[in-house]
Design a protein around this ligand. Structure first.
Ligand SMILES: [Zn+2]
Length: 269
């Protein structure tokens, strides 16, 4: 099958995996790019840009550059993201066939705007490439917990951010994750069946949350998953809401939310 015919980014990543055969451990993303008509992958310190693709409209060949300032795992994700733009030929290039991607682009999880939509697709491809389905099975088959995302991140050489995204977006249970720094929310992602979250970027971690209690005692490490008042984060009439938090030494926190939906909801409001 010709990869250029596949429109869905996850299906495209699966097709690449079918072509290269079963792999275990960290996916050799750079070697995969070089095998798919990318001539050069440069990893270097860059300012104001996380990744760059240089190619032509018909994608005869391409060059990728990624920023290394945020570490090896972010650079690996960046290579996957740029390779996604390269393989999805309908993605529009900028002037002179150059596509530049910002940190914000690499975090787009859903959007209706066209530029944003192609960033969402590049991210979906990157995650599908770096975290193939078979590697996710143990995590998706068990109760959700931050430790499982940490283990996945270690085994696949992914950032915790990327592995948590896999957990939240792919697990059958209604999940959400919130990243914060010094108690201020940086961003929020919700799985497909999680109800809305009252808070967003720039808000303080809500006072009724477990995360706030743990931040107040300056603890670091991973808490237990514990029940909290649903009103702390979302609509108050949810039957149950559970929360777990991982607090790093640098003021960064990651909160995982696990909701129980009403019996008759079936995804309806
Ligand atoms: Zn991009």
């Amino acid at each position: 099958m010709d990869l250029a015919d596949i429109a869905n980014p996850r299906a495209l990543a699966r097709a690449v995996h079918r072509q290269i055969g079963p792999l275990s451990g960290p996916i050799a993303v750079k070697e995969i790019a070089l095998a798919l008509d990318i001539e050069e992958v440069r990893e270097e310190e860059m300012d104001g840009c996380e990744g760059m693709l240089l190619t032509d409209r018909r994608r005869t060949r391409g060059k990728i550059a990624v920023n290394t300032r945020r570490g090896r795992q972010a650079a690996r994700f960046g290579i996957g993201h740029e390779l996604g733009h390269f393989l999805m030929e309908r993605h529009e290039l900028g002037l002179h066939g150059v596509l530049r991607c910002s940190l914000d682009d690499m975090r787009q999880a859903r959007s209706l705007r066209k530029h944003r939509q192609q960033e969402v697709e590049a991210n979906e491809f990157a995650i599908g490439l770096l975290a193939p389905d078979h590697a996710l099975e143990p995590m998706l088959g068990a109760d959700p917990e931050i430790e499982a995302a940490m283990e996945l991140a270690r085994s696949l050489d992914l950032s915790l951010e990327a592995s948590t995204r896999c957990l939240v977006e792919r697990h059958d249970e209604p999940l959400a994750a919130i990243w914060a720094k010094d108690g201020m929310i940086r961003y929020v992602i919700r799985g497909p069946s999680f109800p809305w979250i009252t808070w967003s970027r720039g808000d303080r971690i809500p006072p009724l949350s477990l995360t706030r209690r743990h931040l107040a005692i300056c603890g670091t490490g991973v808490s237990r998953m514990a029940e909290v008042a649903p009103a702390a984060w979302t609509k108050p009439d949810l039957p149950e809401l559970f929360e777990q938090v991982r607090i790093g030494r640098d003021g960064h926190s990651l909160t995982l939310l696990w909701a129980t939906l009403p019996e008759d909801s079936d995804g309806e409001e």
